[in-house]
Design a protein around this ligand. Structure first.
Ligand code: CMC
Length: 430
């Protein structure tokens, strides 16, 4: 919405009037699209902290208040009252599904969970000790070669089919990455299980022994997936959008999102948190690590703390913390030393002037690893689980981008600081 209250910018005696656009809630944006054309300068915003890259109606975050809404519904309500596939439908379609819509969507996802049998050959090309995220990047990218029939991005039906294929197949691909590392046979998906049960079964069932499904565990996994489903224009989602803006097919775009998610500042933080807690090892060493994190000359950071947008408790972290206690109680884990260290670390950091002043609070990754570990997942699978969940958000954002009439190829400019026009020097004169 533009209410004609424009911004004025004066540079080198030239004045430009810029529109101010307002969303339904949240800060307004200054539309700078004509800036270069009218006064010949770009804006400079490394890390895009002050840049809105697109219009979106999917997810809203108020970082100061610690609010996260998907299509207007609070993350707390969704995590406690909904299911992952219902949230997936909501993110993709804008509304919670009615009964028949829910059934149709869940059936469609269930029917696409198997992967092309030849995809198995890709796994065999990886070393057994390959990081499962490396396998994910490769295998998801390869999907475009297996399902070329749904890569026409201009056809809404094909976009829908490829979106559903991605959401349906990603748990199968992830579970296969896990099984490959263990040297165990791959499990086929089972159509009578729900999304989270199916994933647990594909990961933990072996031909010699059936996996005993536990509703509290599968519900907790479903909640974890909901909490990671989307988070507006984060690094991996922006990567998916930029990749897709050139017209690349959705499988390739999601593979690029997985690559971006892998970094420890983003989705890789859940793995890094657990490694950090193990390295701390005991409560008496916590202060040593807190001091390291505060030391300007030490690059170490407390993983699971801080967020670009949240300057308050990450609302996902509160749900995760509670779920963590529930899962450990259910599994009868009376004493989990890593949880004790995590809780003490949280207590110390939240009282520390450095963390208070910089508004560094626990984020979604702080407690998720402890739950996943208790469920039986090894640390290098944590970010894979994040990727399984976030595929829904990536796909929803990719679809929104494709249908956005103002969308153009993503092509930022730069502040050039290199050499200015030099004469070529022949080799013998260098
Ligand atoms: N430990 C110690 N200091 C920190 C931390 C931390 N975890 N996070 C930020 N800071 C300090 C940082 O050194 C800087 O200090 P100064 O102003 O003195 O230079 C200040 O806080 C602002 O940090 P920043 O790096 O400018 O903030 P950012 O918005 O660019 O980075 C972040 C956000 C999430 C990358 C960062 O907080 C971080 O590295 N956290 C640890 C990794 C992590 O937990 N990531 C998961 C994020 S949530 C899930 C997801 O997005 O995937």
């Amino acid at each position: 919405m533009n209410d004609n209250k424009n911004a004025k910018l004066i540079l080198n005696n030239k004045e430009v009037e810029l529109d101010v656009l307002h969303g339904s809630v949240g800060p307004s944006v200054i539309d700078i699209r004509k800036l270069y054309g009218e006064i010949g300068c770009f804006t400079y915003d490394p890390g895009y902290g002050a840049t809105g890259s697109c219009e979106s109606a999917i997810t809203y975050i108020d970082g100061e208040e610690g609010i996260l809404l998907h299509r207007g519904y609070s993350i707390d309500d969704l995590a406690n009252k909904s299911s992952f596939l219902e949230v997936a439908y909501l993110l993709l379609n804008g509304e919670l599904p009615k009964k028949e819509e829910k059934e149709e969507f869940e059936n469609a996802i269930t029917l696409h969970t198997m992967v092309h049998e030849q995809l198995i050959n890709f796994y065999r090309g990886f070393r057994r000790d390959a990081h499962p995220m490396a396998i994910m990047v490769g295998v998801v990218g390869a999907l475009s070669a297996f399902y070329p029939d749904s890569t026409n991005i201009d056809d809404p039906y094909e976009r829908m089919v490829s979106s559903r294929r991605l959401i349906a197949k990603i748990p199968t691909i992830a579970a296969m990455a896990y099984k490959y590392a263990l040297g165990q046979p791959f499990n086929y998906p089972l159509n009578d299980l729900n999304y989270s049960e199916n994933f647990l079964n594909m990961c933990f069932s072996v031909p010699a022994e059936k996996y005993k499904l536990n509703k509290t565990i599968s519900d907790a996994l479903d909640k974890i997936l909901i909490l990671h489903a989307d988070h507006e224009q984060n690094a991996s989602t922006s990567t998916v959008r930029i990749a897709g803006s050139s017209g690349a097919n959705p499988f390739a775009c999601i593979a690029s999102g997985i690559a971006s998610l892998w970094g420890p500042s983003h989705g890789g933080a859940n793995e890094a948190v657990l490694n950090m807690l193990s390295e701390i090892g005991s409560k008496d060493k916590i202060m040593e690590y807190v001091n390291k994190a505060k030391d300007k000359d030490d690059p170490f950071r407390l993983f699971g703390f801080g967020h670009r947008v949240y300057k308050n408790y990450d609302p996902r972290a509160s749900v995760m913390r509670k779920t963590c206690h529930e899962v450990l109680d259910l599994l009868g884990v009376k004493n989990e030393p890593l949880l004790d260290i995590a809780m003490e670390l949280e207590k110390i950091a939240l009282k520390d002037e450095y963390f208070i002043e910089k508004k560094l609070y626990p984020n979604v990754d702080f407690y998720s690893g402890i739950i996943l570990k208790a469920m039986g997942f090894p640390t290098d699978m944590f970010t894979v689980l994040f990727a399984v969940a976030r595929t829904v958000g990536w796909v929803a954002q990719w679809n929104e981008m494709i249908t956005d009439p103002v969308q153009r190829i993503g092509r930022p400019r730069q502040l050039y600081t290199g050499k200015v026009s030099r004469k070529f020097v022949p080799l013998e004169k260098r």
